[in-house]
Design a protein around this ligand. Structure first.
Ligand code: PLP
Length: 238
């Protein structure tokens, strides 16, 4: 077994242990393998170990990996998630290549992704990015803005609103992590009630250092890079 396979097995059992500990059903938390900066060979190894969902942060890099796998390995049926910041001049490549986008944070981007989705493609599965402060007393959430964006997304035919994503402040104590994630989970419940016709079922939250708290708060997708693929080398990134 390769080390990437071993790492995936180990994380999968950590996810299962966390689910069990807080009484959540098995397989209620999906593993998103964050493959930014990693070569296609590493992705291939992970995919051959059964991993299906991969997250990319950089538009061009992600688009070229999508092209590579759709040409060389269509049988793997990789599901590509865009999890990086989106500049409006790069939105077309995102709309053309990714099944999921986790980082929709403003109306202009939602509109462009909708308009630039190629005809005949499935709608893009969209998460709104909400950054919680980690301190419940000083909420960084502006609910009005989130609801206005949800209203727009749910009106666009080429987007399907699936939920929320967050990258919380980097805090190491469990109760602060849990508080921030719970805030997000509560917000998702409000959205479910307001938009019962959308399929809002996803909370993309939890990374290597805060996965347990995220799962306890209701995460349905944890985003893990380094623990699968090893440390990243940014020396060739601007
Ligand atoms: C890079 C990244 C991750 C994964 O981070 P690791 O520390 O490598 O596990 C998760 N989410 C987002 C949005 C990222 O950019």
């Amino acid at each position: 077994m390769t080390s990437i396979q071993q790492n995936i097995e180990q994380i999968t059992s950590q996810i299962e242990a966390s689910q069990q500990k807080c009484g959540r059903p098995r397989e209620s938390v999906q593993l998103l393998a964050v493959s930014k900066t990693k070569p296609v060979d590493a992705i291939l190894e992970a995919a051959q170990a059964g991993q299906r969902a991969f997250g990319e942060n950089y538009v061009q890099e992600g688009a070229s990996k999508v092209a590579h796998f759709s040409e060389q390995h269509p049988e793997l049926q990789i599901e590509w998630h865009f999890i990086g910041p989106i500049q409006s001049n790069k939105s077309r490549l995102v709309a053309e290549n990714f099944a999921w986008v986790h980082t929709v944070d403003r109306a202009k981007i939602a509109q462009r992704l909708n308009d630039q989705r190629p005809a005949g493609s499935e709608p893009i599965q969209v998460l709104m990015q909400v950054n919680t402060s980690g301190e419940t007393s000083k909420s960084g959430l502006d609910e009005n803005e989130i609801f206005a964006l949800a209203e727009l997304i749910s009106s666009l035919p080429n987007l399907t609103l699936r939920g929320l994503m967050s990258i919380p402040a980097n805090v190491s104590d469990y109760s602060s992590q849990l508080a921030a994630f719970t805030q997000l989970a509560n917000l998702k419940e409000k959205l479910v009630q307001k938009y019962p016709e959308q399929s809002i079922d996803t909370l993309s939250m939890g990374m290597s250092g805060d996965m347990e708290a995220a799962i306890e708060a209701g995460s349905t997708m944890v985003r893990i890079g380094t623990a699968i693929f090893g440390a990243r080398d940014y020396s060739n990134k601007a």
